[in-house]
Design a protein around this ligand. Structure first.
Ligand code: A2P
Length: 245
């Protein structure tokens, strides 16, 4: 583990915040979509966090839930500029473009803090060398939780936010909007095909399972390092709401 200095913190709601840290040279290079460990240095609690910054950026960025009695985030949520935190020096993880077969369109489908790895992927120029079009969907409870929306609007992607517990122009769970075809209609895109579409999934376990089962029933194969496929998934780091951090 390395000690890194917090350079900025942003709070989105009572439940969500993001922060940036220094990135010392001891931290090994990583691929967009990977995660590393984070701790506060004063006890044994370490948690895996997807890295939200791009591999080429000079700092590291993370996106986190706040669990009020969580062993890590009850304290992590109070960090300020200048504080030091522990960051693992060996990022890892399989939610990476290398585990996907070549395709035409890349779909990144996130709920909640599952957005984090995709923030790295859509800020990595290499992504756009591999795919003609990149679509990022983010499903959250409230409009306030649409973190990073301004930044995403400046990326060369189709950004498709959906909100489940407030009225919004694209309302409801992404799984429902995919099943009804509303997403494809809204974006003027054809439904998913194993020929053209590659899908990355990151969110709560129930969401991940639901989407995986749906894709597997339609001949989409999960990709690994040894055998790249049509989709990859990883549970969101850090924990989703309702889970202990
Ligand atoms: P909902 O409001 O209907 O539960 P959370 O804040 O609990 O982490 O959830 C983030 C978003 O993911 C919420 O908008 C939530 O919708 C949605 N969600 C939760 N479970 C699923 C699921 N199984 N499939 C699709 N979306 C889900």
């Amino acid at each position: 583990m390395n000690l890194e200095t917090v350079v900025s913190v942003r709070h989105y709601s009572d439940d969500l915040f993001s922060f940036q840290t220094t990135r010392s040279e001891d931290i090994r290079p990583f691929k967009a979509g990977q995660f590393t460990m984070i701790g506060m240095g004063d006890n044994d609690v370490l948690r895996a966090y997807s890295i939200a910054s791009a591999p080429s950026e000079p700092h590291l960025e993370f996106f986190s839930i706040k669990v009020q009695d969580g062993p890590l985030t009850s304290r992590l949520q109070h960090i300020r500029e200048g504080d030091q935190i522990e960051v693992g020096d060996r990022p890892a993880g399989t939610l990476i473009l290398d585990n996907l077969l070549p395709g035409k369109r890349l779909w990144c489908i996130a709920t909640g803090t599952g957005l984090a790895p995709f923030l790295s992927i859509v800020r990595d120029p290499a992504t756009f060398e591999r795919f003609e079009e990149v679509i990022l969907t983010h499903t959250v409870r409230t409009v306030q939780e649409l973190a990073f929306a301004e930044m995403l609007a400046t990326c060369p992607i189709r950004y498709y936010p959906t909100v489940t517990r407030e009225s919004f122009h694209t309302q409801g769970r992404i799984t429902e909007r995919l099943a009804s075809g509303a997403v494809f209609e809204d974006l003027s895109l054809p439904p998913w095909s194993v020929v053209d579409d590659r899908i990355m999934i990151c969110g709560s376990p129930a969401f991940n399972n639901e989407l995986r089962n749906d894709l597997q029933s339609r001949e989409f194969k999960h990709g690994t390092n040894r055998a790249p496929g049509h989709f990859v998934q990883e549970r969101a780091f850090v924990m989703q709401r309702g889970e202990q951090d």
